[in-house]
Ligand binder design. Sequence first.
Ligand code: CTP
Ligand code: ZN
Length: 158
Amino acid sequence: MEENNKSTLKVSKIRDGIVIDHIDHGKALKVLSTLGISGGEEFTVSVLMNVKSKTMNSFKDVVKIERRVLKKVELDRISLVSPGATINIIKNFEIERKFKVEIPDSIIGIVKCSNQNCISNNKEPVSAEFRVESKNPLILRCVYCDRTMIQPEICHKI
Ligand code: CTP
Ligand code: ZN
């Protein structure tokens, strides 16, 4: 998939870790920042941006993180940044598990409400909370002020 026309790999396969594939093109850095990865880590991170997807009619980003696991909340964050992302868990060069991220039914403490006057932005003990109005396209509704949010606003507020 990351092969160019001469069939040489742009980025090598990894031994152990996670490949986050089919990231919406342009979202790789947001995926990294949402995972708290900023470059000072001990593990190797490979980032591919704007590569042709297998079907050749669209472009995507890919992130490979060696020797790292993902928590549920991290998968939830990725699903909100790039709902079509695929997670590949790699063990000893083999894909042990492959699954699509899933948008959770309720989103608590991940996205901030875009309404400045919302109670979730003004009262410390209240965590922002959203219900999923629609998954495709992604639309969230704040349980406190009823404001709806769509991409790329959601991505901006993670
Ligand atoms: N990969 C990797 N290291 C491995 C195995 C796989 O970096 N040891 C990467 C591949 O480069 C690819 C992704 O993990 O980006 C998924 O691999 P694979 O399932 O073999 O590719 P596809 O069949 O193209 O995936 P899909 O069907 O999900 O598009
Ligand atoms: Zn609100």
